[in-house]
Design a protein around this ligand. Structure first.
Ligand code: AMP
Length: 134
């Protein structure tokens, strides 16, 4: 069974589609955090970002930049949050990769990720990451 977002991109479910003519598409979130809240979704159906093929990933950068420019221009917002809930444990509700582009203005009171504490010992994680990176 195709995912909810695959059905939207195939036109079998309705959505407020902004762009749908390449490896990535954009449509409005049905429950926007702010007006202009856009979802950027690959046509290739996979749950996690790292599952996407290299050519799809390579096309993401320019498409995302275009989406951000469009959201800023259409809403007048000077800033956006770009958010990926990459996996169920991170809050992903729809198991088909999607990036949220959420317009932000100063003092809008919306959620911003909290900063952590300095003074944390970075060394063990740094070593593990350098091994994992290879
Ligand atoms: P996430 O929690 O990151 O998986 O986000 C899923 C997002 O998909 C939520 O913000 C929903 O509001 C949005 N959503 C769910 N169904 C639809 C739909 N039919 N059309 C547009 N957005 C949707």
């Amino acid at each position: 069974m195709p995912s909810l977002f695959s059905r939207i991109l195939a036109g079998t479910l309705p959505a407020a589609i902004v762009a749908n003519d390449g490896p990535w598409a954009a449509f409005l979130d049905i429950a926007p955090v702010a007006p202009g809240h856009l979802l950027v979704v690959p046509r290739y159906e996979a749950p996690l970002l790292a599952d996407l093929p290299p050519d799809v990933l390579a096309a993401l950068g320019p498409f995302l930049a275009r989406a951000v420019r469009a959201v800023r221009a259409a809403t007048g917002a000077p800033a956006v949050n770009i958010l990926v809930n990459d996996g169920a444990a991170a809050g992903q509700a729809v198991p088909h990769v999607h990036l949220h582009v959420i317009p932000r203005t100063t003092g809008d009171g919306r959620w911003t990720p909290p900063h952590g504490q300095t003074g944390t010992d970075l060394a063990p994680t740094l070593a593990a990451l350098r091994v994992a990176w290879r």
